[in-house]
Ligand binder design. Structure first.
Ligand SMILES: Cc1ncc(COP(=O)(O)O)c(C=O)c1O
Length: 465
């Protein structure tokens, strides 16, 4: 079927995936109003009164300046190429070719691409791994201190550090002490808060703190993963002057489209203004209360859920009844319940900000059916990756690109240098990065990952010839 026909087809399924506006229901009211106008009349270029994220004048510049003042930060830039585009621009403003940057091992692949574009050397910091869930947790302050103490001599300038807070699953990092420790090490800090925009707009609602109020220098928020805007919208906040606004502006100019969509920019404005309103706070409070109630009810009914710091992320422990999250995803999807993130041991649903009438009963009934249909002994845990120490890539990703490569079965990759990324998406966390030397322990771990999700972790990998 064509995309247009698919999008036109209405269906009543439970959309428990991103974007969080839930097929339009939770879009900001002002944006819904705009979209009710004659289709396309808002699709305008950067006319003088509109401008764009990098123009000094016009409506976009005025709104960005107003929002920066309201949030108590130096600058604000809207982005229309996802958190991806803004993260890349931010990192490239922080480091020059040949510099090293600290990245957590659960970094999103966009920042590896930024290292390749900018000739940067990624230095990976370990994050905890939960073998029973089969995915990484959030970085801890003690873990970071150990990593900083163990940093080797890099032979180049260490320019910046990145943190992820919270993770895709909603696990919050100890963000304030993490930022403090990196600052004490003399490093400016960029926080990828793509999954935590709502944390900055939830006063008194019991969510973990946002890095926007806990010292980060630059923060990137997705406005569709954890805020109710249209897909591809995001915002970059510059909190301090450790990184110059000029460097950021130049970097954004290099990467952003010269024709940013007025509709997407209007979505950025409408979303942030909506999240600063008292009606939003009430709505978020209701959604959080509903999410907590739903989770309590499902747990009482025997649905196995893992804990998350974000009540809006529901992590179903499918391994507990012997089924992978990937198989469960297909099973639930065929019955009208569409999840966000299937993995070998669990299946994560995003409740988002729309109402889901009837979901409490539907999920519970489906779980009972699923149990009768597929239930068996629990799956074995996923062994932690052999990545529990600071790891400097042997060659920078840029040095690897355009070199001669060969495709090698995983079993024959030991002692080779990877020439491509292995990265299941979602969640977009690379298991192998170009420029890394693959040792025997990694070969074995990747083989085990391949056996768990062969569609996402290939059995052949490109290595340097
Ligand atoms: C932690 C994290 N950061 C950044 C991104 C990129 O966001 P976007 O898809 O809006 O470009 C993702 C996407 O999954 C993500 O999970």
């Amino acid at each position: 079927m064509s995309l247009l026909r698919l999008l036109r087809a209405s269906n009543q399924r439970f959309a428990l995936h991103l974007p969080v506006h839930g097929r339009g229901e939770a879009l900001p009211p002002a944006l819904r109003g705009l979209l009710r106008q004659q289709p396309g009349r808002w699709d305008l270029p950067e006319l003088p009164d509109i401008g764009g994220p990098l123009e000094a004048d016009g409506a976009v510049a005025d709104t960005q300046a107003r929002l920066a003042a309201r949030m108590g930060v130096e600058c604000c830039w809207f982005g229309v190429n996802g958190a991806t585009g803004l993260l890349q621009a931010a990192l490239l403003a922080m480091a020059a070719p040949g510099d090293a940057v600290l990245l957590p091992r659960n970094v999103h692949r966009s920042l590896i691409a930024a290292c390749e574009l900018g000739g940067l050397l990624p230095v990976f910091l370990p994050v905890p791994f939960d073998a029973l869930r089969g995915h990484p947790g959030a970085m801890t302050a003690d873990g970071l201190s150990r990593s900083l103490d163990a940093l080797p001599d890099l032979g180049c300038r260490l320019a910046a550090a990145v943190l992820v807070h919270p993770t895709y699953h909603g696990y919050a990092a100890e963000i304030a002490p993490l930022v403090n420790r990196l600052h004490a090490h003399g490093l400016p800090v960029l926080v990828d808060e793509a999954h935590g925009t709502h944390l900055a707009f939830a006063p008194g609602l019991g969510l973990p703190p946002s890095s926007l109020t806990t010292g980060a220098d630059l923060v990137v928020h997705s406005l569709h993963k954890s805020a109710p805007g249209l897909a591809q919208t995001a915002v970059l906040w510059q909190r301090t002057t450790r990184i110059s606004a000029t460097a950021l502006r130049l970097s954004l100019q290099r990467l952003q489209s010269s024709s940013p969509s007025a509709l997407l920019l209007a979505s950025c404005e409408a979303t942030l203004d909506w999240m600063l309103s008292s009606r939003w706070t009430r709505l978020l409070q209701q959604r959080l209360e509903t999410a907590r109630r739903l989770q309590d009810r499902w747990r009482c009914q025997g649905v196995p859920l893992h804990e998350s710091d974000d009540p809006l992320r529901i992590i179903l422990n499918t391994a507990s009844i012997g089924v992978s999250g990937l198989e469960a995803d297909t099973w639930f999807m065929n019955r009208g319940l569409i999840a966000e993130l299937p993995e070998p041991l669990c299946l994560t649903f995003c409740l988002g900000l729309a109402r889901h009438r009837g979901l409490a009963t539907r999920l519970q009934r489906l779980w009972q059916l699923f149990l009768e249909d597929r239930g068996g002994p629990p799956l074995a845990p996923v062994a932690a990756p052999p990545l529990d120490a600071v790891n400097v890539v042997e060659l920078s990703p840029a040095a690897v690109s355009h070199r001669a490569t060969l495709a090698c079965p995983l079993s024959q990759c030991a002692d080779r240098i990877a020439a491509e990324m292995i990265c299941p998406y979602p969640p977009g966390i690379p298991l192998l990065v170009p420029g890394e030397r693959i040792d025997q322990a990694r070969v074995q771990w990747l083989q085990r990952q391949h056996a768990r999700w062969p569609e996402q972790v290939p059995g052949m990998v490109k290595v340097l010839a």
